[in-house]
Ligand binder design. Structure first.
Ligand SMILES: [Fe+2]
Length: 384
């Protein structure tokens, strides 16, 4: 996603015979590619044949129910509910549609299986917790404030060293990309982008882990969890190279763009895809025109349903919002500062807030869990 990267040993020419020099055994080359053969890809070199599956059983079906009878209104709900469990069993989905799902994950124990989401790319945001992402491509440590980008169909374990863990999870059918306006026509991140290639942590490949056999991998696809038993360990790579791999970016490495007058959220983009964009709001200096209104103007984003996850700080344009709140401002109703907020903001020179916004280009619905947490008066909070 970021740039070409290579770990371990790869053949000098792709698609040619490549041997373990000691055992003289042929390595098994696997192309891991997106969008048929037209998207970004990596090429992996395995010790063993990757599709060697000895058993496939359905573990569970996933019935993602959206509350489609909700009246059109601005919504606010809190995310205090906690499910004990691992990254799968602790997950509570709050909103989404058939292309993207927004969930909160609160793992109280580590997964004891390998996992692969074969239907969606994943972006975790680590609100609380720290640990290590173990994947076929190698290891990356993570900490609070990290975005963890996991490509669709990558086998991994997300293991925590911390007791209290809370993560926002965005599952997306569409592939994430660095916004086009942040890149030159060769794909390099531009000088005026709010981050650079150096801000992304990439995996470090360790020695192939080949001792395991009959390895269980839980795969999410087609609204089912399937347990595959692999003959060999999936973490058997001796090398890989390409553009499709996991990476980690910390929100504190985001350098926000400041304007003379108020800048739209799109200048605060982190990533985008065909279905939505992810932006973040971080502590920054405010607009410096002498009469600038430093908080958002009322806006009708007629093609987007806007989801905001509030992390910490002082949310200048909102009342009643707390850490871990989610708001959903649907298209069809304008939104912006609540009464008194504009007046209170005049003259402010800086803002200390952390929040993540997901602007979805299609209708978003909420789950029964979100409905149960709904702040029933939020939609009236603009009434003077
Ligand atoms: Fe907005």
């Amino acid at each position: 996603m970021i740039a070409y990267h290579k770990e371990g040993n790869v053949s000098t020419k792709k698609h040619t015979a490549f041997y373990d020099e000691t055992t003289k055994k042929l390595y098994r080359e696997e192309l891991f590619g997106s969008c048929g053969f037209e998207g970004i890809y990596s090429i992996k070199y395995h010790q063993n044949i990757p599709p060697a599956v000895t058993e496939s059983i359905v573990l569970d079906t996933i019935n993602c129910h959206w509350e489609k009878d909700m009246p059109l209104q601005a919504m606010h709900f809190k995310t205090h509910m906690v499910n004990d469990g691992d990254i799968l069993s602790s997950k509570i989905s709050y909103c989404g549609n058939d292309r993207v799902t927004i969930s909160i994950v609160t793992p109280t124990k580590n997964q004891d299986y390998y996992y692969k989401n074969a239907g969606c790319n994943e972006c975790y945001y680590v609100h609380e917790g720290h640990g290590c992402l173990y994947s076929e491509f190698g290891e990356i440590s993570f900490k609070e404030g990290d975005y963890i980008f996991i490509p669709k169909s990558m086998i991994y374990k997300l293991l925590f060293n911390s007791k209290k863990n809370k993560l926002l999870l965005i599952e997306s059918v569409a592939h994430f990309r660095i916004p086009n306006e942040f890149k030159n026509n060769q794909g390099q991140i531009l000088e005026h982008a709010p981050y650079s290639e150096r801000d992304f942590k990439t995996p470090t490949l360790k020695e192939p882990y080949i001792e395991e056999s009959n390895v269980k991998v839980i795969v999410k696809k087609n609204n089912k969890l399937t347990q595959l038993t692999l003959q060999h360990s999936p973490f058997d790579l001796v090398g890989w190279d390409g553009y499709l791999y996991p990476c980690v970016f910390n929100i504190n490495d985001y350098s926000p763009i400041v304007g003379k007058i108020h800048q739209p959220p799109s200048v605060h983009k982190v990533i985008e895809c065909d279905d939505f964009m992810v932006t973040n709001f971080v502590p920054r200096l405010l607009d410096y025109h002498q009469n600038a209104i430093p908080i958002p103007y009322y806006h009708s984003n007629i093609d987007c349903d806007e989801i905001l996850y509030y992390l910490k700080g002082n949310f200048m344009s909102r009342n009643g919002i707390e850490e871990g709140s989610i708001t959903l401002h649907p298209s069809g109703i304008p939104h912006g500062p609540q009464p008194g907020k504009i007046e209170a903001s005049l003259g402010a020179k800086e803002v200390n807030e952390y929040a993540i916004m997901i602007d979805v280009y299609r209708e978003v619905f909420i789950s029964p869990q979100a409905r149960s947490q709904l702040d029933k008066n939020y939609f009236k909070s603009w009434v003077e």
